[in-house]
Structure formats: structure tokens, C-alpha cells
Write a protein that binds this ligand. Structure first.
Ligand SMILES: Nc1ncnc2c1ncn2[C@@H]1O[C@H](COP(=O)(O)OP(=O)(O)O)[C@@H](O)[C@H]1O
Ligand SMILES: [Mg+2]
Length: 232
């Protein structure tokens, strides 16, 4: 089976090449991976994440999704809508909508009838322990609860991949750890692949695979660590 995502020699530069955000990076995401991308500010973490889901296109190199090269905004937009969920540092919930509506809105373009959407919302709220919050508005929730609503929204269309840029960056360490546990649980029970960016070492250590960027290059990848020689 092909890798879920593969970057081949991806470069991303700005300002006519004066700024190199990502420098000839080759990188694969396997199905079932739970990857933390770490690195100093400006090292290219967000750029790498955006390129692997097509929010940015590489200046050179190519991205394969499920074994096929993907090019162009339309192809990526279609692929994201069907197969990828997003979680952001600042939640991106709509303040005027209730918790249930914030989740349902993600399903409006899927052609699911209203009753199907409603039952999916209930299922997600129950699963994420938000059943008693459905009629509330984001302002009435704690940061950790808001991020759980955002995870529910990301799951609405049954994605195979969740990408998250600093999903715990606005949370205290306890709520941050809860979100990571929740993502790990989804990886295990719903076979969802997860790639997140974090600058928090304790968050990264909870992830099965850690990739560190320095100056737009991969300086470390725990999946590439040399395997110690077996002793007879
Ligand atoms: N749209 C842009 N225009 C110019 N420079 C950019 C743009 N986006 C990112 N960069 C630069 O690329 C580098 C990597 O950025 P980014 O991927 O956001 O880093 P990180 O997420 O690790 O903080 C930084 O030097 C940043 O200033
Ligand atoms: Mg960033």
C-alpha cells in the first residue's frame, strides 16, 4: 500500500528565493502515524504541514497523496474536503453558532440529509464528552472544551488524516494533554492518521513519531533512527 502522504524533494521559498521556508525536504507519512513536528520558530513547521495537505504548493518537488501526485488548488480542495480534518491553535469556531451547529456546518457540503447530520453530531458530541454542551455557544466553554468541539468538527466527515498546527498552543498543560490523549485514542480506535505541529516538548513526547525541523530541513526523524544491530 502506498504511503498516505509523500513529499519528494519539496522546496518552498518566498521573495524570489531569498527566504527558504522548506529546503529540499523528503518526508513520508504512513497510515496510522502519529507525528509531532517540532523545531524553533521559523524553522518551517507550518510550511511543511501546509504542503502536506495542499494548503501551500511547493516551489519545487512534488507531493503524492495515497500514491498519486496531487497538483492544483481544485484537486487539493476536493481531496481535503473528503479526506482531511483540521484543528487550529485558535479553534476557529463560529461564535454565533451553538456547539452542535459548529459541528454540523462542516457537513453541509457533503450532501447528507438533515437527519443524518443531526445523528452524526450527536454521535460526535457523545464520543467527545460534550453531550451536555450542544446548545451552548463557544464563549461559554473552556479552552479545552472549545478544542474538543473543534476536534469533533474535524471528525465530522470521517477523515483519514487530521492535521493540526499547535492544537494545544492556547491551552493549559492539563487540557493540552487531554487533547493529545483524545487524538491518540482516535488514532487507535478510528484508524486516523495524525500530524501535528508543536513547540512543546512534553506534547511531542506523547506522540509516537517525532520530526524536528531546523532551518527548513529535517534534522531528526525518530522513524529514521538507526536500528541497533541485533546481538546473537
Ligand atoms: N507567506 C510568506 N511570505 C514570506 N515568508 C514566509 C511566508 N510564510 C512563511 N514565511 C517564512 O518561512 C519561514 C518558515 O515559516 P513557518 O513555516 O511559518 O515556520 P514555523 O511554523 O516553524 O514557525 C519563516 O522564515 C517565515 O518567516
Ligand atoms: Mg508555525
Amino acid at each position: 500500500m502506498p504511503h498516505l502522504v509523500e513529499l519528494r524533494n519539496c522546496r518552498r521559498d518566498y521573495d524570489n528565493g531569498r527566504i527558504v521556508a522548506l529546503d529540499d525536504v523528503s518526508f513520508t507519512v504512513a497510515r496510522g502515524d502519529f507525528i509531532a513536528i517540532t523545531g524553533p520558530s521559523g524553522s518551517g513547521k507550518s510550511t511543511l504541514l501546509d504542503i502536506l495537505c495542499g494548503l501551500e504548493e511547493p516551489s519545487a518537488g512534488e507531493v503524492l497523496y495515497d500514491g498519486r501526485p496531487v497538483r492544483g488548488r481544485t484537486a487539493w480542495a476536493r481531496l481535503r474536503a473528503a479526506r482531511i480534518g483540521f484543528v487550529f491553535q485558535s479553534f476557529h469556531l463560529i461564535p454565533a453558532l451553538t456547539v452542535a451547529e459548529n459541528i454540523e456546518i462542516a457537513m453541509l457540503w457533503q450532501g447528507l440529509p438533515a437527519r443524518g447530520r443531526a445523528s452524526r453530531v450527536t454521535e460526535l458530541l457523545d464520543r467527545l464528552g460534550l453531550g451536555d454542551r450542544r446548545a451552548q455557544h463557544p464563549m461559554q466553554l473552556s479552552g479545552g472544551e472549545r478544542q474538543r468541539v473543534a476536534v469533533a468538527r474535524a471528525l465530522a466527515n470521517r477523515p483519514e488524516l487530521i492535521v493540526a498546527d499547535e492544537p494545544t498552543g492556547s491551552l493549559d498543560s492539563r487540557s493540552g494533554a487531554d487533547i493529545i490523549n483524545l487524538l491518540e485514542d482516535l488514532r487507535r480506535t478510528a484508524a486516523i492518521t495524525i500530524v501535528l505541529v508543536t513547540h512543546d516538548r512534553s506534547i511531542a513526547e506523547r506522540c509516537a513519531r517525532r520530526v524536528e525541523l531546523v532551518d527548513g530541513r529535517i534534522a531528526f526523524d525518530s522513524a529514521r533512527e538507526p536500528v541497533p544491530e541485533a546481538h546473537p
